[in-house]
Design a protein around this ligand. Structure first.
Ligand code: ATP
Ligand code: MG
Length: 445
């Protein structure tokens, strides 16, 4: 993309309404525009990152054997009356009625809808196990929408639902989700720690939240710092293997890590003092086993191999797709702007032409642009007739991990500059070397 033809409405000033850095940078980098409280339009740069996050979430769910579906955002209240949640949900639920006076709602979540699909089409143990997921907009009329996309009213969520014949099979689905989530967050360059969480009124102890450590997080968290050293990396995982998934889940849930809701001082004190940490965290996902709560109230049964009819065991599993943009920025920025991890960056490499209109500089930039594009990468070329200072400031703000700077003086010596946004390190090398290095970095992802 050439910046002269793009839509990147960068702001120079810090927007007064932004209380945390991610919100401020998202507005300043022209990623989002508030439409009304907690509701945002996604501008081109923001949309690109949102789509990248979505793609990673989708790929990792499919890798785990889960199947994509898409359910409507507007739901009929009838299903929610069946489960008993229509009245329980309270003011967070946006209710409306259609022209016939029928009660409708904008879905805050989809357990009822998915259960309705299952009870219509799944009848036998042979149809299980089954995990369906979607990436779809949700609406929750939050009391205090704030921090930009972090706590929106309309937000994008990946929500997945597993259906299994019994408790053991459902726990395998739970562990499978845990492993797939670990991989998902790692691919985004994030350290998200699974923490034992409160299951609330539903009961049972099988729920974990995934938290990204950040001072601006809304949750108070307690953890053993040993968990920060742990990495799933690119190890091969067989998601069908009950033992393998259970072993990884155990590995990650053994070090102490809990939110304030479930924190236990006595247990925490068993962690060696120097590894005992307290911090704030941003919830970027939650997995949940809730058994037969919905299947019993809504009649989602299957026939077992002995001919008995039993309610299916279920769990639901969510990832805050749009919140992740905020969480990644909170975890990765400096005072000049965002520092995108390579896995989610909106463009792979920035190209800055220090002297637009200089024949040699223009030609070199075009060559870099072409070579990166031919390699399947998306460069962002700042080809505007602007001062170099302004170009650097915008490029730093929008946070592309790599930048190639081209100027007449360097070209005379046969070099361009390759800069890492993260370390600030500048390397002089030939144009071909710079291009090859960037291609190699992304090929390794
Ligand atoms: P919170 O405690 O932050 O209100 P929740 O526990 O109610 O979230 P879940 O039902 O677990 O949310 O939803 C799954 C994921 O969706 C959460 O882990 C979070 O990342 C994201 N999410 C929830 N509410 C919002 C919101 N208002 N804005 C953006 N993302 C959200
Ligand atoms: Mg939650």
């Amino acid at each position: 993309m050439r910046l002269s033809r793009y839509f990147l409405p960068v702001l120079k000033e810090n927007p007064a309404e932004a209380k945390i850095v991610s919100h401020s940078y998202m507005l300043r980098a022209g990623m989002i525009k508030q439409a009304s409280a907690g509701i945002y339009s996604w501008l081109p740069l923001g949309l690109k990152v949102l789509r990248n996050i979505e793609r990673i979430v989708n790929e990792e769910q499919i890798r785990a054997g889960h199947i994509p579906v898409l359910m409507p955002t507007v739901q009929s209240a009838d299903l929610w009356r069946e489960s008993g949640r229509f009245d329980v949900f309270g003011a967070e639920m946006l209710r409306m009625s259609d022209r016939h006076g029928r009660d409708m709602l904008y879905g805050p979540t989809n357990e009822e809808q998915i259960t309705d699909i299952i009870r219509s089409h799944v009848n036998s143990y042979k149809d299980l196990p089954l995990t369906l997921f979607q990436i779809q907009w949700k609406f929750r009329d939050e009391v205090r929408p704030r921090f930009g996309v972090m706590r929106g009213r309309e937000f994008l969520m990946k929500d997945g639902y597993n259906f299994d014949i019994d408790y053991d099979a459902a726990i395998h689905a739970y562990n499978r989700h845990m492993v797939s989530y670990l991989r998902t967050y790692e691919r985004m360059g994030l350290k998200a720690i699974p923490m034992r969480a409160d299951s609330g009124p539903i009961g049972g102890e099988d729920t974990h939240e995934f938290l990204v450590l950040a001072d601006t997080g809304e949750s108070e968290v307690f953890y053993d710092s040993a968990i920060l050293e742990m990495n799933l990396g690119d190890r091969e995982v067989n998601y069908d293997s009950v033992d393998e998934c259970a072993a990884i889940a155990k590995e990650w849930t053994t070090p102490y890590a809990r939110t304030d809701e479930t924190h236990d001082d006595a247990l925490f004190n068993e962690v060696p003092a120097e590894r005992r940490k307290t911090s704030r965290g941003i919830e970027v996902g939650q997995i949940f086993y809730f058994g037969t709560k919905y299947s019993e109230s809504m009649g989602a049964n299957v026939v077992t191999d002995t001919g008995e009819r039993v309610p299916v065991h279920m769990g639901s599993h969510g990832i805050g797709v749009s919140r992740l943009l905020g969480a990644i920025i909170e975890a990765s920025h400096d005072d000049k702007g965002i520092i995108w991890p390579e896995g989610v960056t909106p463009f792979h490499c920035g190209i800055i032409n220090l002297k637009q209109g200089d024949d040699a500089a223009d030609a070199a930039c075009e060559a870099i642009y072409q070579a990166l594009t031919d390699a399947g990468l998306e460069p962002l070329y700042d080809d505007r007739k602007e001062r170099a200072g302004g170009k650097f400031a915008s490029m730093d703000l929008i946070g592309l991990p790599w930048r190639i700077t081209v100027g007449p003086r360097g070209l005379k010596n046969g070099v361009v500059e390759l800069t890492s946004r993260k370390t600030g390190e500048n390397l002089e090398m030939t144009l071909e070397e710079a291009v090859a290095k960037v291609i190699k970095i992304y090929a390794a992802l």
